[in-house]
Design a protein around this ligand. Structure first.
Ligand SMILES: [Zn+2]
Ligand SMILES: [Zn+2]
Length: 251
């Protein structure tokens, strides 16, 4: 009886080892993991054996941003399998500039050679005044061009006042672009007002405002406000465009 049990046990062991090793041999595992996009396993050193030992799904880590998203292109987040080190990537949508990136885009040293043009529309019932002020700066040169009601006049800035004007324009832009006052709206790729600031030229609170950046540089500020002159309310809409960074050439 004891012998029969032993034989049965032996048979069971042989049968199960045949069932568990498809190739009918004891696999010798190759070094390291094999993997595909979803899983990893240990392969057999026998090239004809297809058994995938320890087959399991990847176990992803929390992921790390390997390329920061910009307004112009999505970023990349990379995940690594903690077992086999297989990597996968995921696109990351742009969520708006960080405060640091915002302040970098507005740092004064970027505003040396540039063109800043402000178009203002002043409205009251049945009446509209359009004016455009353009400031152009290049190394050692500056020019103001003013257009009111279709009439244009230009003045070259005296060299001794150049840096003062440049600084004043930069400060003017900076007074309307406090990071804390805006939130990013992905749909319009612009920053919308959530706070409040005083419009520098008119010393009145702003009603609406939006800011745009292009390739990490300030490109547009637009705002609306109400200005009261001798009891009459004027509705003011203004768009400031900053262009030709480092390429402004004064004619
Ligand atoms: Zn094998
Ligand atoms: Zn893995």
């Amino acid at each position: 009886m004891k012998r029969i049990t032993s034989i049965l046990l032996l048979l069971t062991t042989i049968l199960s080892s045949i069932l568990f090793t498809a190739c009918g041999h004891e696999c010798t595992l190759a070094e390291g993991w094999r993997n595909n996009t979803t899983s990893h396993w240990h392969a057999c050193t026998d090239p004809d054996c297809t058994k995938q030992t320890d087959l399991a799904n990847h176990t992803w880590d929390v992921g790390v941003i390997t390329k920061r998203a910009t307004q112009e292109a999505p970023g990349v987040k990379t995940f690594v399998c903690t077992e086999c080190m297989y990597q996968k990537t995921q696109n990351v949508a742009f969520q708006g500039l960080t405060e640091e990136e915002w302040n970098t885009a507005l740092s004064s040293d970027l505003f040396i050679n540039f063109t800043c043009s402000e178009r203002t529309v002043l409205k009251k019932s049945g009446m509209e005044i359009v004016s455009i002020m353009t400031y152009e700066f290049e190394q050692g040169k500056g020019k103001i061009t003013e257009t009111i009601a279709g009439e244009t006049a230009s003045t070259l800035l005296p060299l001794e006042n150049l840096s003062g004007y440049r600084q004043a324009i930069w400060m003017y832009l900076r007074m309307m672009t406090d990071y804390q006052d805006y939130y990013y709206e992905a749909r319009s790729k612009s920053y919308k007002l959530k706070g409040v600031f005083t419009v520098p030229t008119y010393e009145v609170p702003v009603d609406t405002a939006s800011v745009k950046f292009k390739n990490g540089r300030l490109s547009e500020i637009s705002y609306t406000c109400k200005v009261t002159v001798e009891g009459t309310i004027y509705y003011l809409t203004s768009t400031i465009n900053v262009t030709n960074y480092d390429t402004t050439k004064i004619s």
